[in-house]
Design a protein around this ligand. Structure first.
Ligand SMILES: Cc1cc2nc3c(=O)[nH]c(=O)nc-3n(C[C@H](O)[C@H](O)[C@H](O)COP(=O)(O)OP(=O)(O)OC[C@H]3O[C@@H](n4cnc5c(N)ncnc54)[C@H](O)[C@@H]3O)c2cc1C
Ligand code: FES
Ligand code: FES
Length: 1351
């Protein structure tokens, strides 16, 4: 319904048109919708689909575009990277928007930022790529020669799940000051290897993955100009605007009186500046605001004015502008006046990402009043003055209010009245004896909201350390930013010294309590952070006092001083070493060369088409899922009548629309339902689907489907609860046994029992699940689906629609990441979409929102291990009895196979002669947990690495020696009897020890730890052994189809899906070598079930092994057919041979097939047969530093040596290793799934679920491929690489554990302690027990209901 204009009297005469420019073209929109984002407008209205939707909440950067404005006040242009997903299109009036399509293309001219990212191998699945390119482009537009630090800041708001970031930074380093040496073209860094770049110490090893010398030059003067019409016509800035949408109205007043008038008429109208808060409320909390007021042209709200004692910032000034201005003033003003400014600048660096800071306002931050706001504690501690205005009787009333005690009155509420407007904020200049300090602790350092933050403002009596005045404010400890007046009172007139710290710590503990079930959880950690952050502040201010001679140098022990520091992202150093191809290899033979990903340029220009980029078809409908809000309940009734009454809504589907047989689906067992019938078993389970004219209508209607539940108990979320209730899948536990365990234990020198536990992991592919279904002739249907498993989707869709498979085609062009998450779980969306399409005979589309995807599609299995070990006094393991528990969720899915791999990898690289491995699959009220890169292997190996460390610890020997003692040797058999024909782990180990300077670093760490009380370092090494083959034998097969056309071009199709891993690139390389043609002649269009049937999922790392051999098989057939022609015409070219073959009526199309030979392990019928085709091995070493006071950490270095045979493509393989390492690091250290005790997923977006970002890369990151290690069992002697390196990410976990052990040693505590993965900040901090954590009393478990549980 349209907003009632008469009731919303406006200070303008007429409705306006929105005018802005996109990529240099003028866009006039007569009736823009205030609820529409720029992203929706670009993608749906302008069909500029290069800009991607990754999250819709400003957390991933996939939607980054450049916004340009002309600032008439300063007569300058501003070019800003912004998140199009949060930017209201109505705010674009008078602006110029540049999207990825606007800067270059493969058809015209590539822009250097596109080219360098692609050619440096910085694009894998490519879904993040346009956003990253645009962040870089916007940076270069405002700073043509940035520094690496500027790059770090520019990418704070961009995420990539594939690459591990290193290649992106390497590619873009070429634009920086650090790269350019002033020698221009003569710079030695630009010299190609052919010209002799000095690399050649070892002729077999190469270290150049890309050729910088061939990059297009960057010439800033060639960039498109700002549209002259916007530049010259000031009318765009001075018009009052009003846009009326279907449900809301948008005002843009241009003076304060008009703004205040609007606010007095519509006290609950929303002022919108950056929309970074309101946009999230509208999208994810479904808040409807009927009046939007955009004040960005009101001068008073945009001014920056320096006054005698302060700087006044208009409330709409962006955080970035504040930061820039403060930096400039810090340079110019006396140090003592700028202490508050420095504190603010430091905090702003960690405030969101750059895209957010470019648009978000300080006023918005204050007025939102979030308890974890970053600026509010600072401003509160500073008692900053605010200028607040309102219109009373036509007159402007101004009042000043003070942030400080009493400003915030309750959750997100303050004393500013609804009819008032916050106009400005005064940033105080500090005084000589006044000090400010602020700290923020978050899950991830960059672009994350605080867990706890604090600001302290202390004034000393002149020339003393006696406290004259002190204000302390804390965020994250209550529903509002809180102050601690009681503690401040205690501190008055006291000396700033260690005695005071103790009193303050106790007082803070009492003054800032938290209920055991308080929202946010981590109760003990948050409480201890309050004290720790205060202690950091104490150290930081003490250092200032020492500097000014007020405190003595020895007042603070030197070992303590570094406790004041925080981490800073180091500038990346890296090296990648791989084997050179031999000099006889033909120049156009691509095998073994670092070829660029076949789609990289298309991805970097936004031309690559992903599923949701397919243009809408005439008559197309949109589907929205109706998801369960209960974890375990009977469905009493489903009432869709209200939803169906909405205009534009066409249908509602539920289990009633399918027979019981059709409704029963699943990847292996059909033990789940398309639509829950009768009962739900997890939150996020699909109950029904609404189909409507548009996404907005479908999603709104889906919320109007009323479901009555009868809740059931128990609700089982965690493994421990499953054990308590014996909630396991049928046929579990299962066991693998070898040797004589009892006998081995009885003769062991040591018998030890231990356990370890790790959490699950969300796939967080940047492209969420999407499916577009089209009805074809009569009863045929075609599905475009973001799946790793098109054949399974075809099969299941045929089952649900009661069609034979030959009527269903499933296609997948490319996926924006999969990582196992789209192997089986795509069915959740694809089947309802197929059903709706088939029944309504209309095209139907759905792309899940990020929160829907995360709530419903399952994760890696959280796992628990309990083990009993027998070993000799030398540390040789002789026996292991281990229980493996995996949290599988509500259905079987692939869990049996994943657990099987866990059980077959629990020993990692260590030979254990007597073994009993038990596996329990826990049935819980969670979405079905599923495949995730490594597929159970990393979970098993995590247990192995605990086992080997326990043994080394107990026998008191060096860990590396104990590892070596226990390593398998070539010829040994595993506990499932597979013989290791070639086992190069010792070689990898020695190369990695050398490369990482392991022993040298270990000594340095000892010294460092001795010198630092609150900073500790740790180093750790992990080996890995990963079995290559699908667990299900039948899956180890593949097919290919090679068509040669008359012009000599080759269209290749194979059974694998391009999910970013570079599979198509490698297959093109294989085909090119096999046919002896240049790779440019080979193209892969898509994966489709009507081209290659009955394919296996693209998973288990065997994509290249399986499909590569099938491609060779097809090519061999063609070569055989072409042989007579070639022999008869040796002088002819490829094209001529093909023509001749055609005229001789030789078939130029061939299928290929391959099955991995000799596989067939079965525990009873064939226990000595191969389970795996071969193993991929590697070793990694990581060094970390932790902050014992906060639990923060920094990975200082990582070195990896991998044996991947003869690499088909070292660039792609190194990219896989780095990406897998970062994902493993996320799994073991950063990424936490947060569930309520009732099974609701809290971490359902990038806001709360933190995958590693750019700043998390190890400071030094070196990867080497083992040379001279060809693998006889796979295509062109290569090895599978996708999954094996992931486990090496655990090196960081174990290095953190070493560092914690060093901290515990300070207190005489045991180094044998339990640390669960992920080793998140809270766990690190709480494991570093000290005098501060001792102050925190913890209620006994089971005496309260916690806010969250660990699944
Ligand atoms: C991805 C992401 C990351 C974030 N990270 C952080 C972070 O690290 N730290 C942090 O503190 N916050 C963070 N935020 C929250 C948010 O960005 C900030 O609160 C920001 O400052 C809000 O500014 P805005 O201009 O976008 O506000 P808007 O969304 O435009 O408005 C927010 C609220 O303030 C009101 N308002 C705005 N201006 C005025 C005014 N002049 N007078 C009266 N009312 C007004 C609005 O009506 C609205 O209620 C993050 C948000 C996102 C989406
Ligand atoms: S889609 Fe906009 S930031 Fe993720
Ligand atoms: S390439 Fe970055 S998310 Fe895939």
């Amino acid at each position: 319904m349209a907003a009632d204009r008469s009731s919303l009297e406006m200070p303008v005469e007429k409705e306006s048109s929105l005018i802005f420019f996109v990529n240099g073209k003028k866009v006039t929109e007569p009736s823009p919708d205030p609820e529409c984002t720029l992203l929706t407008y670009l993608r749906q209205k302008l069909r500029l689909c290069g800009t991607k939707l990754g999250c819709g909440e400003g957390g991933c950067g996939a939607c980054t575009v450049m916004l340009s404005r002309f600032d008439r006040a300063t007569n300058s242009f501003k070019h800003l990277a912004v998140n199009a997903c949060l930017m209201p299109v109505c705010a674009m009036h008078g602006c110029a928007v540049t999207t990825i399509e606007g800067i270059g293309s493969t058809r015209t001219r590539l822009h250097p930022v596109q080219e360098r990212l692609a050619k440096a191998h910085g694009s894998q699945c490519g879904f993040c790529t346009p956003g990253i390119v645009m962040s870089m482009y916007a940076l270069l537009r405002s700073m043509p020669l940035p520094s690496m630090k500027d790059l770090e800041i520019a990418f704070q708001g961009n995420l990539c799940r594939c690459t591990g970031y290193r290649p992106i930074l390497e590619g873009y380093k070429t634009f920086t000051k650090e790269f350019s040496c002033g020698m221009g073209d003569k710079c030695c860094k630009l010299k190609s290897k052919e010209n002799g770049n000095g690399c050649g110490a070892d002729i077999n090893v190469d270290d150049q993955l890309f050729e910088r010398s061939k990059f297009l030059p960057f010439d800033p003067s060639q960039e498109p100009i700002f549209p002259p019409e916007l530049h010259l016509n000031s009318q765009y800035d001075v018009d009052n605007l009003v846009f009326i949408g279907p449900r809301s109205i948008w005002y843009r007043p241009v003076d304060l009186v008009d703004l205040l008038k609007l606010k007095s008429e519509h006290p609950h109208g929303k002022i919108i500046v950056g929309n970074t808060e309101v946009g999230v409320e509208m999208k994810f909390k479904q808040f409807l605001y009927t009046v939007h007021i955009n004040p960005i042209k009101v001068p008073e709200l945009n001014e920056i004015r320096e006054l005698k004692d302060s700087i006044l910032f208009g409330s709409a000034v962006t955080l970035m502008d504040i930061e820039d201005y403060l930096r400039e003033r810090i340079e110019k003003l006396p140090e003592q006046e700028t202490r508050f400014f420095r504190c603010a600048v430091k905090m702003l660096h960690y405030f969101a990402g750059k895209q957010i800071r470019n648009v978000a306002s300080l006023g918005g931050n204050i007025m939102t009043g979030s308890p974890i706001s970053d600026m509010n504690p600072i401003l509160t501690a500073a008692c900053a003055q605010l200028k607040v205005c309102s219109l009373i009787d036509g007159q402007i009333q101004t009042r000043e209010v003070q942030m400080g005690p009493g400003f915030f009155i309750s959750y997100r509420k303050n004393i500013i009245a609804p009819h008032e407007v916050l106009v400005g904020i005064y940033f105080p200049k500090s005084m000589k004896d006044q000090y400010f300090v602020a700290f923020k602790q978050a899950r991830r350092r960059d672009d994350d909201i605080a867990i706890v933050n604090t600001a302290i403002n202390v004034t000393f009596e002149p020339h003393t350390n006696v406290i004259g005045n002190i204000y302390m404010a804390f965020g994250g400890m209550a529903p509002i930013t809180v102050m601690t007046p009681k503690t401040s009172q205690i501190m008055l007139k006291q000396k700033w010294n260690r005695i005071l710290v103790e009193r303050v710590a106790e007082s803070l503990c009492a003054e800032l309590p938290l209920e055991p079930s308080a929202p946010g959880g981590m109760i003990a950690y948050r409480r201890s952070l309050v004290i720790s952050l205060f202690y950091k502040a104490y150290l930081a201010i003490s250092q200032e006092l020492i500097k000014s001679g007020i405190m003595q140098f020895d007042d603070i022990p030197e070992r303590e001083l570094s406790g004041a520091n925080t981490f800073h992202t180091p500038i990346l150093k890296s090296a990648q070493l791989f084997e050179k191809v031999c000099s006889e290899q033909s120049i156009c033979d691509p095998i073994g060369r670092p070829q660029v990903h076949a789609s990289a340029l298309k991805q970097a220009t936004g031309e690559a088409i992903y599923c949701d980029d397919i243009p809408p078809q005439v008559n197309e409908l949109y589907l929205a899922l109706v998801l369960s809000t209960k974890a375990h309940a009977n469905i009493i009734s489903i009432d869709a009548s209200e939803a169906l009454r909405q205009q534009g809504v066409h249908a509602f589907f539920s289990s009633k629309d399918l027979s019981e047989h059709e409704n029963a689906v699943g990847s292996f067992l059909h033990d789940e339902e398309v639509f829950a019938a009768g009962k739900v078993n997890c939150q996020g389970q699909v109950i029904g689907a609404i189909v409507a004219d548009s996404q907005v209508l479908a999603q709104r209607a889906a919320r109007l489907v009323h479901i009555k539940y009868e809740e059931l108990s128990p609700v089982i979320i965690t493994i421990e609860q499953a054990i308590e209730h014996k909630s396991y899948f049928d046929h579990y536990p299962q066991f693998i046994e070898k040797g004589n365990l009892e006998q081995a234990f009885s003769v062991s020198d040591h018998v030890y029992e231990g356990s370890c536990r790790m959490g699950g992991q969300e796939h967080f592919y940047l492209e969420t699940n999407v499916c577009v279904a089209t009805p074809r002739d009569s009863d045929e249907i075609e599905l475009f689906c973001s799946t790793q498993n098109p054949s399974e989707i075809q099969r299941l869709a045929a089952h649900v629609l009661a069609l034979p498979c030959h009527k269903v085609v499933c296609r997948a062009k490319r996926l924006g990441g999969g990582f196992g998450g789209k192997e089986s779980r795509s069915l959740i969306l694809a089947l309802p979409v197929a059903l709706a399409c088939h029944r309504l005979r209309r095209p139907v589309r759905c792309m899940l929102d990020r929160d829907e995807d995360m709530m419903s599609t399952g994760t890696r299995h959280p796992s628990l291990f309990k083990y009993k070990l027998g070993f000799t006094k030398e540390g040789l393991i002789t026996a292991c009895d281990i229980e493996c528990y995996a949290n599988a969720g509500l259905s079987m899915d692939l869990s049996f196979s994943s657990l099987d791999r866990t059980m077959k990898h629990f020993e990692n690289c260590y030979r254990i002669p007597n073994v009993k491995v038990g596996g329990w699959l826990c049935k819980t009220n969670l979405p079905s947990n599923t495949a995730f890169r490594g597929f159970g292997g990393p979970q098993g190996m995590f247990a192995a690495e605990h086992i080997i460390r326990d043994v080394a610890h107990i026998v008191g020997k060096d860990l590396v020696d104990v590892m070596k003692l226990n390593f398998y040797k070539t010829g040994d058999r595993t506990h499932y009897n597979q013989q290791l024909e070639y086992f190069p782990i010792e070689r990898c180990l020695h190369e990695c020890l050398d490369q990482s300077k392991f022993y040298e670093k270990r000594k340095e760490i000892q010294v460092f730890n001795g010198n630092n009380r609150w900073r500790k370092r740790g180093i750790s090494l992990v080996p890995t052994k990963y079995g290559i083959a699908f667990g299900g034998m039948h899956l180890n097969q593949s097919g290919a189809l090679v068509n040669i056309y008359l012009d000599g071009s080759v269209l290749l199709t194979h059974g694998g899906v391009e999910i970013g891993q570079g599979l198509h690139t490698k297959m093109i390389q294989c085909c090119a070598r096999a046919l002896n043609i240049p790779p440019e002649l080979v193209h892969i269009s898509e994966t489709a079930t009507d081209r290659v049937p009955n394919t296996s999922p693209t998973a288990a790392s065997v994509g290249s092994d399986l499909n590569g051999m099938a491609v060779l098989n097809a090519c061999e057939k063609l070569n055989h057919r072409l042989k007579p022609i070639k022999e008869a015409n040796p002088q002819c070219t490829w094209k001529e041979w093909i023509k001749k073959a055609y005229f001789e009526r030789i078939s130029l199309s061939a299928t290929g097939f391959y099955k991995i030979p000799d596989l067939g392990y079965h525990p009873i019928t064939d226990p000595y047969a191969r389970q795996y085709n071969y193993y991929t091995n590697g070793v990694g070493v990581s060094v970390v530093e932790i902050d014992c006071l906060t639990g923060d950490h920094q990975v200082l270095s990582t070195d990896i040596v991998m044996d991947i045979g003869s690499s088909l493509n070292p660039a792609i393989d190194i990219g896989q290793i780095e990406g897998a390492f970062m994902q493993g690091y996320g799994l073991f250290v950063l990424e936490e799934l947060i569930y309520s005790p009732q099974g609701a997923l809290y971490s359902r977006g990038p806001g709360m679920y933190k995958i590693p970002g750019f700043a998390d890369i190890p400071g030094e990151f070196n990867v080497s491929l083992l040379t001279g290690a060809p693998n006889p069992r796979a295509v062109y002697s290569s090895k599978a690489v996708g999954e094996p390196p992931l486990f090496i990410g655990s090196a960081v976990f174990f290095a953190i554990k070493e560092a914690i052990a060093a901290a515990r040693a300070e207190r005489g505590l045991s180094s044998n302690f339990r640390l669960e993965a992920p080793a998140a900040a809270a766990r690190i901090r709480m494991a570093c027990e000290d005098e501060f954590t001792e102050l925190i009393d913890q209620p006994p478990p089971h005496t309260f209901t916690p806010w969250n549980v660990v699944p």
